[in-house]
Design a protein around this ligand. Structure first.
Ligand SMILES: *Cc1c(COP(=O)(O)O)cnc(C)c1O
Length: 501
């Protein structure tokens, strides 16, 4: 089986003469079932039912809203199919699959400059990896607190910028940790600016002896800015020394973990910094793997990884399992290893260079879009053409224009051209109080919006040019139709699927 383009519609394949094709069968008339059907159906029909639903989604290749890899090579698909049959829980039966897992962990550890043999694990995604890293920090803190202060009476806390991804909302809620949010400045988004990042000078005020760690985001999902892990590291070393604490950093490098190692001139952000205790990343983002995979690597086993380790018997001996789940298919790990072998350092570097160049092209294209009286439509909010950021373009309709539509309307208008970009409000919901708060300390307009285009490897120059044309079309459409558009589209079609309209 090759890619979609070479494949006839399943429903029309007629190799078994006794069963009519889907469209000529009574199956085509049946409702999408809600309960287990009494009788089964032909294999091709079952697949056709799923395929039809799949085509009702937006096209994944035109989805610039998420960071997830959507293209794959035929050999990669074969690797995934091989891995589907292997349940990684059975370490004794599949020792070589586990060997592939361990080699991935070591490769990633070296890529991130882990000082020794790395302890780590392949997970379902960064969410599981972050939960595990956070758990290890929590247990490490609890032991330290018991040793130095006695029994803890209050909830521990963790410091993170308000640009956090939703996985941390799970962390704070599931694991009973108080979030200490540091809101960055909306000003100074450019490469040498101070905004949109966790400000190291604010740590002194938020860290205390109940702080289990500080999360640095190596590529926040809104704008791709990297937190200055080096500055946070310096600040924490001083705080630890002055106050007798032992607070360390987890780097949430979901996206940047497979971008930053291939960029030049960026400040150290990984295990080269002494207070960096763990790092996580998603294989299915810039790890270039199609299958959902995450990775977490700890600086050392002692007083870190060991806190989440469960011993399992393995070929007569024992070994550690770090993940939340035992059972999971080996597909993600096979495909990640395939990608490492296939691309090598140079391949990843080339892909990163391409994506960075395309992002710069899209950014320039947006900057060139002007109103009739020659004012720029957009204000760019990402780190512009600086190196130390993800290949994303983040912008907003220029506030000075006071347009009657916002970036979320723009997202929906662009969707009419079949491209999917993501519009966001510049707010977040507090995980514990559910209060809606501003992302930035110096911007309190809860209605302010932005939009983001993630440049993935499949967003080539011709595709980017088409996307820019689509943005232009969307703008002129909104200029002409904004009143009716808002009423008709905004709260219906895109929120609950086609049913709602
Ligand atoms: C995507 C993302 C996550 C969650 O990753 P999953 O692999 O989807 O679980 C966590 N943190 C950041 C910064 C992200 O961009």
């Amino acid at each position: 089986m090759r890619t979609d383009a070479y494949r006839p519609a399943r429903a029309l394949v007629r190799d078994d003469r006794t069963i009519p094709p889907y469209y000529e069968s009574s199956d085509a008339e049946a409702e999408l079932p809600e309960r287990l059907p009494v009788r089964g159906m032909d294999a091709r029909h079952a697949l056709a039912v799923i395929e039809d639903q799949h085509y009702l989604d937006f096209s994944e290749r035109l989805n610039t809203a998420s960071y997830v890899t959507v293209v794959f090579e035929p050999e990669e698909q074969e690797a995934a199919a091989l891995g589907m049959k292997v349940n990684l829980a059975d370490q004794t039966v599949y020792p070589q699959s586990y060997e592939i897992h361990d080699r991935c962990v070591q490769m990633i550890g070296k890529l991130w400059h882990a000082p020794n043999e790395a302890s780590g694990a392949g997970t379902v995604g960064s969410t599981e990896a972050c939960l595990l890293a956070g758990l290890a920090l929590k247990f490490r803190w609890r032991q330290w607190y018991a040793r130095t202060r006695g029994e803890a009476k209050k909830m521990p806390n963790m410091v993170i910028s308000t640009m956090f991804q939703a996985c941390w909302e799970k962390f704070f809620r599931y694991l009973d940790v108080e979030p200490r949010f540091v809101a960055p400045s909306v000003e100074g988004c450019e490469a040498d600016g101070r905004g949109w990042r966790l400000d190291a000078s604010r740590l002194d005020a938020v860290v205390d002896d109940h702080t289990i760690g500080v999360v640095c985001i190596q590529g926040n999902h809104y704008s791709g800015h990297y937190d200055r892990v080096d500055e946070i590291d310096t600040a924490l070393q001083k705080i630890n020394l002055d106050r007798g604490l032992q607070v360390g950093i987890h780097v949430d490098a979901a996206s940047g973990g497979f971008v930053a190692p291939f960029q030049s001139n960026i400040p150290p952000w990984d295990f080269r910094l002494p207070t960096v205790l763990s790092i996580s990343a998603s294989g299915h983002k810039f790890g270039q793997s199609l299958c959902g995979t995450g990775w977490v690597v700890w600086r050392q086993r002692g007083d870190l990884a060991e806190h989440v380790a469960v011993s399992v018997s393995y070929l007569g001996g024992t070994c550690d399992s770090y993940t939340l789940n035992f059972s999971r298919p080996a597909a993600g790990i096979y495909v990640q290893f395939y990608k490492f072998l296939r691309l090598g350092f140079e391949g990843y570097a080339r892909v990163v260079k391409n994506m960075t160049g395309i992002a710069a092209h899209i950014r320039r294209g947006l900057q060139d879009m002007k109103t009739q009286d020659d004012k720029p439509y957009f204000q760019i909010l990402d780190a512009a053409d600086g190196d130390a950021c993800l290949p994303v373009v983040t912008a907003r309709l220029h506030p000075d224009l006071a347009l009657p539509f916002d970036d979320i309307d723009l997202q929906h208008a662009i969707a009419q051209e079949r491209w999917y970009v993501s519009g966001y409000k510049m707010t977040f919901q507090h995980p514990l109080t559910h209060q809606v708060l501003a992302l930035f300390h110096d911007q309190d307009d809860l209605e302010a919006t932005l939009f983001r285009i993630v440049v993935k490897s499949n967003l080539t120059r011709p595709m980017a040019d088409h996307l820019l044309t689509s943005v232009r079309c969307a703008l002129s459409y909104l200029e002409d139709h904004h009143d009716g558009f808002k009423k008709k589209h905004r709260y219906t079609i895109f929120h609950h699927g086609a049913k709602a309209c």
